[in-house]
Design a protein around this ligand. Structure first.
Ligand code: NAP
Length: 325
């Protein structure tokens, strides 16, 4: 495993460049079922710890608290060797509510300290002054070590930091070969100022593994409602998958591993892929040791630029047809 070189609290674990996302744990929308929530998820976490993964990401809304519970139980005695991140959904972003919700998350996770407490998304109506007041109080009493945000623009990330009065360590955003928008300003900012971009959906929810195509589309709710998995878009992704395969062959790797290696090629980025099995977790962890040559990196960039999925209103009739056909 490789780790981020950034100064964090010396009492926390180092942050692994490949972490584990746990939205899948106990969430109906992923549809992995009871035996996944009851056994496989536990086995995934245990194997991840064995392989040197320290960064584990969850949220109070994943499975309405089930993800936090499953993760906390699986980590068990190994709490000191992991970097535990969870998120608050800022429906009512006032300080007392923030404090109470942090305590509830910590209880579900079975911990006395959250290494990273993130605001899940910007509240469109309320600025961050009130939520950051709560975060400050949580840091003061030692329940929260680092504060982070998620789905924030650069402007709002900086405003949140101003409101907190100290570093807002990270911004968790979608970053993968299909969505490279963080490259515009978030990545340069993070790299030049000692902040971190946590890349979610680094495999574009499995699309970049190359296993899905027109004749084999994922059925669960998350992806059935995603325009990316429309037959037309899966066709369009063929070129990008072929480019991933070509680089993968040169490294005796898989397209999914190359997609992850591409994401963490940027020094300020860590990736938190989800996994539906221990095998996937093992494969994702191994991607941390793949070094892409500059020409490979740029070839993937070029293939990604050529991929133009159908988005916006044009996709609606297609979504409808795909759903009810
Ligand atoms: N902050 C936010 O707003 C936000 C939003 C989304 C996600 N997240 C976080 O980011 C994490 C990851 O994002 P994500 O789950 O959306 O997408 P992802 O990590 O890109 O995709 C995960 C899915 O890809 C497939 N997969 C994983 N490893 C694979 C491998 N080695 N080979 C082939 N297929 C593989 C699995 O699905 P199948 O096996 O079923 O194909 C898995 O469930 C989440 O768990 C969550 O913690 C945060």
């Amino acid at each position: 495993m490789r780790y981020l070189s950034i100064d964090t609290d010396p009492n926390t674990a180092r942050v692994s460049r490949i972490g584990l996302g746990t939205w899948q744990f106990g969430s109906r929308e992923w549809g992995y079922g009871q035996s996944y929530a009851g056994q496989e998820a536990h086995a995934i976490v245990r194997r991840a710890i064995e392989l040197g993964v320290t960064l584990f990401d969850t949220a109070e809304i994943y499975g309405f608290g089930r993800s936090e519970r499953i993760l906390g139980q699986a980590i068990g005695e190994d709490r000191e060797s992991v970097f535990l991140a969870t998120k608050i959904f800022p429906l009512l972003p006032v300080a007392p509510v923030v404090e109470q919700r942090a305590v509830a998350s910590a209880n579900r996770l079975g911990t006395r300290q959250l290494d990273l407490y993130q605001v899940h998304q910007p509240n469109p109506l309320v600025k961050d002054g009130t939520i950051m007041r709560g975060m400050r109080a949580l840091q003061r009493v030692g329940l929260v070590r680092e504060v982070g945000v998620s789905n924030y623009s650069l402007e709002r990330w900086r405003a949140a930091e101003h409101a907190l009065g100290s570093r807002v360590l990270s911004n968790q955003v979608r970053y993968n070969l299909v969505d490279r928008s963080p490259e515009r300003d978030l990545l340069p900012f993070a790299e030049s100022t000692g902040h971190v971009v946590i890349a979610y959906s680094p495999l574009a929810q499995g699309l970049l593994s190359g296993k899905y195509h027109r004749g084999s589309r994922p059925a669960n709710r998350v992806r059935a409602t995603s325009s990316l998995f429309l037959p037309e878009n899966l066709d369009r992704a063929g070129d990008l998958i072929a480019a991933l395969r070509e680089v993968a062959d040169a490294h005796s790797a898989t397209p999914a591993q190359i997609a992850l290696a591409w994401v963490i090629h940027q020094p300020a980025v860590v990736a938190i892929p989800g996994a539906s099995s221990v095998e996937q977790l093992e494969s994702n962890v191994a991607a941390a040791s793949i070094d892409l040559a500059e020409d490979e990196y740029h070839a993937l960039h070029a293939a990604a630029t050529r991929f133009q999925p159908i988005t916006g209103p044009a996709m609606l009739p297609r979504m409808f047809r795909a759903r009810f056909r």
